[in-house]
Design a protein around this ligand. Structure first.
Ligand SMILES: Cc1ncc(COP(=O)(O)O)c(C=O)c1O
Length: 414
């Protein structure tokens, strides 16, 4: 059978995260590993109300095949919502509903990447994007992040080298708002500078921003779609983190010629996104006040959880030298960096023995770097679990650092 598989299928590997996540299903493990919303905050009543209305009034359409370019009603509602929240005029013709943003990433890979093409990504970056683009034979260029997001000033140097070798960069992939995994937000100055660099070196900017509505502190920063020329920017949004991930509704914004190609690619992938869930999102967007109230509720609850995690880190880690963490202004994650030498993958089984789980940082680095880093999620666990889980983690880290110190001493004396 092996010889029948395509080159692509042979390259597909199980994600290290999925393998690790299988281990953490025991109920007494406190998991900071998932990237998932708190299901107790799902607006189930709203879902009932709109679904019932849809099934009563337009069940025949909602359960039928739909157009590949998505429900026009949804696209128009999204256009109004974008105007309302970002002040941008994006006509429905530039909006393509997708089977959530993961499909958007895959379609972008399909439409833009030839084997051997280069794509710039953050070190670290969202691993689902790495997986989606890798399937098309991409080569990555990694750019480290700091507290202001991707360090875009490092891009030109890398590009000059590529140009000398006559290689092409197709696009840069950024998660500018409350990045998954690092939790950092790209500053306005960096966004503007990235647009200048993209113009000069002629590559596209793909912004993926599923956490954008979840800001708990700090200043609003405009999205790339509001800052850059429309031919250069492609934006991906999702309703997974602000409504229900199970609906699988997101959308791509791009120039009309790009949208046309994406529609053709989508036709081959799934004919159309589920019509019922598109109608659900359309109706929720129409109930704008209820939708805004729901997002406010998420912001309040997740802000408390973020603050609980930051306080717990201060409480339990302040005596452990060399441990740093990001202080996200929104989103679902923060990022831990441990002293050099501590390997979070090797430490993982010990964390599980102590009934706490995280995601190893290397999963978000295409080049295998980031061994001493980890991602923590604060949206899913309860406030009590956050405190107790960070306490457990601090004990595991302390023991690991003591062990490293002991090994170092033995090496020195040998
Ligand atoms: C940055 C980013 N992009 C895309 C996705 C995919 O989300 P969905 O397909 O549910 O919209 C995620 C999910 O965690 C994410 O963090």
């Amino acid at each position: 059978m092996e010889d029948k598989f395509s080159e692509l299928a042979r390259k597909l590997r199980p994600s290290p995260i999925r393998e690790l996540l299988k281990l953490i299903n025991e109920p007494d493990i406190i998991s900071f590993a998932g990237g998932i919303p708190d299901p107790t905050l799902f607006p189930i009543d709203l879902m009932w109300e709109v679904t019932q209305q849809i099934l009563e009034n337009e069940g025949d359409k909602a359960l039928q095949y739909g157009p590949s370019d998505g429900d026009i009603g949804l696209r128009e509602e999204i256009s109004k919502w974008l105007k309302d929240k970002e002040g941008v005029d994006i006509p429905a013709s530039r909006i393509l509903p997708t089977t959530a943003s993961q499909q958007g990433l895959d379609l972008i890979g399909k439409v833009f990447i030839n084997p051997g093409d280069y794509v710039i990504v953050g070190l670290p970056t969202y691993l689902g994007a790495l997986a989606a683009f890798s399937a098309y034979g991409v080569q990555f260029i990694g750019i480290p992040l700091d507290d202001e997001g991707m360090q875009v000033e490092l891009i030109p140097e890398k590009l000059k080298k590529l140009r000398r070798a006559q290689k092409r960069v197709k696009f840069v992939y950024v998660v500018p708002d409350f990045q998954n995994p690092a939790g950092v937000t790209m500053s306005l100055q960096r966004r503007k500078r990235l647009i200048e660099i993209a113009e000069k070196y002629d590559f596209l900017i793909v912004e993926d921003t599923p956490y954008r509505e979840l800001r708990y502190s700090g200043e609003h920063v405009p999205p790339f779609i509001a800052l850059g020329p429309k031919e250069r920017v492609i934006s991906l949004y999702s309703f997974s983190k602000i409504l229900f991930p199970g609906l699988r509704v997101g959308f791509v914004i791009a120039a009309p010629n790009v949208i046309r190609k994406l529609i053709l690619a989508k036709q081959a992938a799934d004919l159309c996104s589920p019509v019922l869930t598109q109608f659900v999102v359309r109706e929720i967007l129409k109930r704008r006040d209820a939708f805004k109230r729901h997002i406010m509720r998420l912001v309040v609850r997740y802000r408390d959880k973020r603050d609980a995690m930051l306080s717990a880190l201060m409480k339990y880690f302040h005596d452990i030298p060399g441990v740093r963490w990001t202080k996200p202004e929104g989103g679902l994650f923060l990022w831990l960096t441990f002293p050099e030498g501590l390997d979070t993958e090797k430490m993982f089984p010990k964390a599980l023995e102590n009934k706490v789980a995280y995601i190893i940082g290397t999963a978000f680095h295409f080049d295998g770097s980031g061994k001493n880093t980890a991602r923590l999620n604060f949206s899913y666990p309860t406030m009590k679990q956050i405190d107790e889980g960070i306490r457990r983690l601090s004990k595991v880290v302390e023991a690991e650092l003591r062990e490293l110190e002991r090994k170092k001493r033995i090496k020195l004396t040998v």
